[in-house]
Design a protein around this ligand. Structure first.
Ligand SMILES: *[C@@H]1O[C@H](CO)[C@@H](O)[C@H](O)[C@H]1NC(C)=O
Ligand SMILES: *[C@@H]1O[C@H](CO)[C@@H](O)[C@H](O)[C@H]1NC(C)=O
Ligand SMILES: *[C@@H]1O[C@H](CO)[C@@H](O)[C@H](O)[C@H]1NC(C)=O
Ligand SMILES: *[C@@H]1O[C@H](CO)[C@@H](O)[C@H](O)[C@H]1NC(C)=O
Ligand SMILES: *[C@@H]1O[C@H](CO)[C@@H](O)[C@H](O)[C@H]1NC(C)=O
Ligand SMILES: *[C@@H]1O[C@H](CO)[C@@H](O)[C@H](O)[C@H]1NC(C)=O
Ligand SMILES: *[C@@H]1O[C@H](CO)[C@@H](O)[C@H](O)[C@H]1NC(C)=O
Ligand SMILES: *[C@@H]1O[C@H](CO)[C@@H](O)[C@H](O)[C@H]1NC(C)=O
Ligand SMILES: *[C@@H]1O[C@H](CO)[C@@H](O)[C@H](O)[C@H]1NC(C)=O
Length: 495
């Protein structure tokens, strides 16, 4: 009898979609075979420890240059080879090793392989893959080849199939901040860097840090003059960042300060007309900043004031019709300001509009759901999306305000109930919502065209009270937050 190596041979196709990038590998599987990189011309390999063969296959799939892998079942060592030089002679019989090699027009030599080993099998081939934008289902169809060796004419065939959904890593970790923080602010400066200020991590912070997208590194910048949490940041038309109010751990604050991004320094500016934190600020189309409501420590506020950058002063304006803290506000297309919801002893559904030319507040229709700490986003069609928030329990409901009819309409609900989450509009018009209380790492996208929410991959960490910022190139930066009531985060990640 000829002394041939008898392989069990399988055809495996693994496919994974990363954004628009589809990678398919047709692999031939050999049990008890090791691929050895013995030839001097052999390409480099990467060795890693993995939990199982599947993890090794995925590692190969994710390494766009990988053409061959060997997995040593005795020690879980996975070795990836970047291509297959013409050296199939380096396949050796070795117990516990599994080798998968790519079969494609670049390197197949499957025929050569057959010749080389007088391979006594014929192929039974099966493949399936399902791919969509956010999840790749990896279907591995193992087809035992029919044995047709020259010494026996008996044949057998078995087929097994397993499917594993592989979550695509749409989030990637980036540099971490120096400080863990939640209740901080984040502002994208005109130079593209992101300024993070203050917040809380067992103590209230005055420190500030800058994220540089070109290096993915955070560096300390000058600290604010005052410890602040529950403060708010507004980017002025001249590029300075206005920080107003907040709480220093003991008192609510009237003070405000300006960050000059070209000098990296802070200067104090006029005090607000009243102390407040957990208030809202919006930049009006005339360059002034409207603050409204908040907590004074001795009561919820309906007060509103305007900051004039040209005089560095605050002026009280008409008060809102209702007292509100942890409410939301948005500039409408006509320049008026919508404020909605919040809390003043009860959860609020009420909403009102500030007319900046007459300096008056007018009630508009109330939301369908009373809530505080929701998110608010202005869609490209001019409608306003309010999502989630707290009503004693976290809500998943979302609704749209149509400024032309002054009405609220319930739209699709999020897959997760969320409070302390973050939302931002993407360049494609969809709204990204991330995290929330308590220990939520999930992220989902709202499509204004369908009114539906779609899960995308989870963030690398569960976060609430984190910040979300859109970098100049459209990439989204999420920073800090709290994983649960005690674990503050300094990590940051990109979408
Ligand atoms: C994407 O594929 C996965 C796995 O097949 C499936 O669970 C998910 O619903 C799909 N998503 C969409 C948006 O079709
Ligand atoms: C955008 O910037 C981020 C941060 O620098 C970077 O990781 C990402 O690759 C950039 N995206 C594009 C499309 O250039
Ligand atoms: C940055 O500031 C933090 C305090 O806010 C400090 O602990 C850290 O050492 C500073 N990092 C550098 C590189 O100076
Ligand atoms: C920032 O500071 C520099 C130097 O003092 C000054 O020339 C510049 O006008 C400031 N920028 C703004 C926007 O205030
Ligand atoms: C406007 O709404 C407030 C509650 O936010 C309410 O107290 C007030 O009566 C309303 N005003 C009018 C004119 O309906
Ligand atoms: C503001 O109110 C005035 C007076 O009612 C009105 O003429 C004007 O159109 C309003 N402005 C906006 C942008 O709604
Ligand atoms: C994604 O996040 C949600 C909420 O935190 C969690 O329930 C789910 O298990 C996570 N999914 C994965 C694949 O980690
Ligand atoms: C999207 O929303 C529409 C209603 O707006 C609904 O009929 C449809 O089933 C939703 N599709 C998904 C995938 O949730
Ligand atoms: C917060 O997370 C840590 C680490 O996962 C855990 O040990 C702790 O029990 C959690 N605390 C709460 C309040 O869930």
């Amino acid at each position: 009898m000829r002394n041939i190596i008898v392989f069990f041979m399988f055809i495996i196709i693994i496919t994974q979609s990363i954004s628009q990038d589809t990678r398919t590998l047709l692999l031939t599987k050999f049990n008890n075979v090791q691929y050895q990189c013995t030839d001097p011309g052999c390409s480099s390999s990467t060795t890693m420890l993995v939990s199982n063969l599947r993890a090794c296959e995925i590692a190969c799939l994710l390494n766009t240059d990988c053409r061959t892998l060997t997995f040593d079942q005795s020690n879980n060592q996975c070795e990836l080879f970047t291509d297959i030089p013409s050296q199939y002679g380096s396949l050796i019989s070795q117990a516990d090793f599994i080798t998968l090699t790519a079969i494609d027009n670049k390197n197949l030599l499957a025929c050569k392989y057959h010749q080389h080993y007088s391979f006594p099998f014929s192929l039974v081939l099966a493949v399936t893959t399902a791919i969509n934008g956010t999840t790749a289902s990896m279907t591995t169809t193992l087809s035992l080849l029919t044995k047709t060796s020259s010494t026996t004419s008996s044949s057998s065939s078995t087929t097994s199939s397993t499917t594993t959904a592989v979550a695509i890593r749409v989030w990637s970790a980036t540099g971490s901040m120096s400080n863990k923080r939640n209740y901080h602010t984040a502002s994208v400066l005109t130079n593209g860097k992101v300024l993070v200020t203050g917040g809380f991590n067992t103590a209230v912070l005055n420190s500030a840090e800058l994220y540089d997208p070109s290096t993915a590194i955070w560096t300390n910048t000058t600290a604010m003059s005052t410890l602040r949490k529950f403060h708010i940041a507004t980017i002025l038309t001249n590029g300075n960042v206005l920080i107003s109010g907040g709480n220093d751990g003991t008192n609510f604050l009237a003070s405000a300060e300006l960050y000059n991004s070209s000098t990296g320094t802070w200067t104090t500016t006029g005090n607000m007309e009243i102390v407040r934190g957990a208030h809202i600020a919006v930049l009006l189309t005339n360059g002034k900043v409207l603050v409204s409501g908040g907590d004074s420590g001795s009561g919820y506020l309906n007060n509103a004031a305007l900051y004039d950058p040209s005089t560095s002063t605050w002026t009280a304006v008409s008060s809102m019709n209702g007292k509100r803290v942890s409410h939301v506000a948005c500039i409408l297309v006509n320049g008026n300001v919508l404020v909605a919801g919040g809390y003043n002893g009860i959860y609020l559904a009420t909403a009102e509009i500030y007319n900046f030319s007459t300096n008056t507040w007018t009630n508009t229709t109330s939301m369908n759901y009373a809530r505080q700490m929701s998110t608010i986003s202005v869609l490209s069609n001019g409608k306003i999306l309010v999502a989630g928030g707290d009503h004693g329990v976290s809500l998943n409901v979302a609704e749209l305000y149509d400024p032309s009819s002054s009405t609220w309409t319930v739209t699709g609900s999020m897959n997760y109930a969320r409070t302390g989450h973050a939302a931002i509009i993407l360049a494609n018009g969809k709204v990204l919502v991330t995290g929330g209380y308590n220990g939520n790492s999930a992220a989902e996208l709202y499509d204004p065209l369908t009114g539906n929410w779609t899960m995308i991959g989870n963030m690398t960490a569960s976060r609430s009270y984190h910040t979300i910022s859109k970098l100049t190139n459209g990439t989204i930066l999420v920073a800090g937050g709290v994983r649960n009531s005690t674990m503050y985060l300094k990590s940051a990640e990109l979408y």
